[in-house]
Design a protein around this ligand. Structure first.
Ligand code: NI
Ligand code: MN
Length: 240
């Protein structure tokens, strides 16, 4: 059993674990870096971090096509249930709350400092990140859209295999604060997202990765949209 993750551009990620496809922040239509289409991407579970269009994206259409369950905060979950969206397989959590699926995947909502208005102006509650524990024990933290905050140290105490961090600046933390986030989170691996989609968030991910290598014990993983990263188990990488 292996756990791997594919970057589909911007904040959209596909996590494949224990035979399950977990699709995160599925902004594909209108995403200039999208490495998949809303008509083809697989999903058993969809996670939405906050209400902005570049995160809700194609979630409704994909959930309708695949029958996937959608997990988000309570307000977004309620909005997804309302007409004309009409979804019914929903989990609406709040910060600090988690849910363990029959597949063995556990998702906990974490803090994020950002906005969350929905595309039609509805109240999307508070933005969040995700702490995902896979059935094989692999732990991932997707910070989603947020600035740096000190309580990332508490999330780091969970023992992270992979941290997924925005580095774009402008709407979220930029490269400098993302390096500080790595120091708080202490993950084995770190994957940058939310950059180079649009001109205001242009960044040099290789330069950032070099800084992570030099200034922290974490191993940076820079992907091109469409590429996979198989998360090594703790044993196989020789680090406890
Ligand atoms: Ni946003
Ligand atoms: Mn965003």
């Amino acid at each position: 059993m292996s756990t791997r993750i594919r970057w589909l551009g911007h904040s959209c990620l596909l996590l494949e674990t224990n035979g399950q496809n977990v699709l995160i922040d599925p902004f594909l239509t209108g995403n200039p870096k999208a490495a998949a289409t809303a008509e083809q991407v697989p999903a058993d579970l969809i996670l939405i971090s906050h209400g902005h269009g570049d995160h809700v994206g194609d979630a409704v259409a994909i959930a309708q096509r695949t029958g996937a369950t959608v997990l988000s905060n309570y307000e977004i979950s309620t909005w997804l249930q309302q007409a004309p969206r009409g979804l019914s397989k929903l989990h609406g959590l709040q910060h600090g709350g988690g849910y363990t699926f029959d597949s063995g995947i556990r998702v906990k909502l974490t803090l994020a400092f950002h906005g969350s208005a929905l595309p039609d102006g509805s109240n999307g509650g508070n933005p969040c990140g995700f702490l995902i524990t896979c059935a094989d024990g692999i732990k991932l933290y997707d910070a989603a859209d947020t600035g740096l905050f000190g309580d990332m140290a508490l999330i780091g105490e969970e023992g992270l295999d992979l941290a997924i961090l925005p580095i774009g600046d402008y709407y979220t933390m930029g490269p400098d604060d993302a390096v500080r986030a790595v120091k708080l989170l202490k993950p084995r691996f770190v994957l940058p997202i939310h950059y180079n989609t649009f001109p205001p968030i242009t960044q040099d991910a290789s330069a950032w990765a070099a800084r992570v290598k030099g200034e922290t014990p974490a191993t940076p993983v820079v992907l091109q949209p469409g590429e996979w990263f198989e998360i090594p188990s703790k044993q196989s990488s020789g680090r406890a």
